[in-house]
Design a protein around this ligand. Sequence first.
Ligand code: PEP
Ligand code: MN
Length: 346
Amino acid sequence: MIISMRPHATREEVEHVTERIQEFGFKVHSIAGEERVVIGVVGVGGDVTACLESLEATPGVEKAVRISAPYKFVSKEFRKERTTIRVGRAEIGGDRFVTMAGPCSVESEKQIMETAEAVASAGAQILRGGAFKPRTSPYDFQGMEEEGLKLLAKARNATGLAVITEVMSDRDVDLVAEYADIMQIGARNMQNFALLKALGRCGRPVLLKRGLSSTIKELLMSAEYVVGGGNPQVMLCERGIRTFETATRNTCDISAIPVLNEMTHLPVIIDPSHATGKRSLVPAIAKAGVAVGADGMIVEVHPRPEKAVSDGAQSLTIEGFRDMMRQLKGYMALWQQERAAEFVVA
Ligand code: PEP
Ligand code: MN
């Protein structure tokens, strides 16, 4: 259930509604919206119909509705306006398409500094780089861990870029949160529920990647763990799913972006690198992402992709990234016009 309070409902009225909800045996999450307080109600066991009827008649309540979707806080029914997330000088979900770029893995100071400076000057707002790497083989490079996080922080200081990096375990959440501006949850961890619960309490924005074989509904349920757990700053990422097709590393489900835009208020990010696995295909899928209304992209860039310890084949060179950003200019201008029109209508 979602309870919308009247625009200027008093604190006492909100408290009274909260008590009534608890008397019915439900749990309350309260989110103070810009103009009005909206209360999310969760839990099982209570009588939903009786509770809704009672609340409709309670002072200060404008509307009480049953939300049929199993994901509530992330649903459009709960919040009509887009969620915007401010990180450094970027606003994700706002009126500018956001670019996150950098290597798959942090490998050395020289590599990350060189990449950070290059992507910043080509128009990225956020630096990506994995310090904890989820690898299919236990014999592959596993990441520089805390040393890698320190290098990311150094690159942030040098360039002003915000930093996104992956956290793989609930045990590492506090450590990664010390260095990262955005906590990346990899595709393989989309349903690591202990990790999702810890992220609900971490106070940092989260980028949640869609699992290799996960449905959109499952992605939203995972996001619900984080948002319902107390952290509303979540963005979702389409990074390709596993299908029978072998011409690309994964199959980019481009329709996931407009589908998510219909179902949720959370920002949506396209990852054209993992979605294709092939450098030559990255610009086309990035363009597609901008065209269908993603809020941003996360893309792999390496100064010497042939020497990369991970994902070299899908990493753009610095020149390739610059070129793609030039190609995207016109697409981004159209994107901005469309967003501006949306804000006027809303
Ligand atoms: C990555 O971003 O380098 C990564 C490991 O991505 P994914 O979790 O989507 O495979
Ligand atoms: Mn990668």
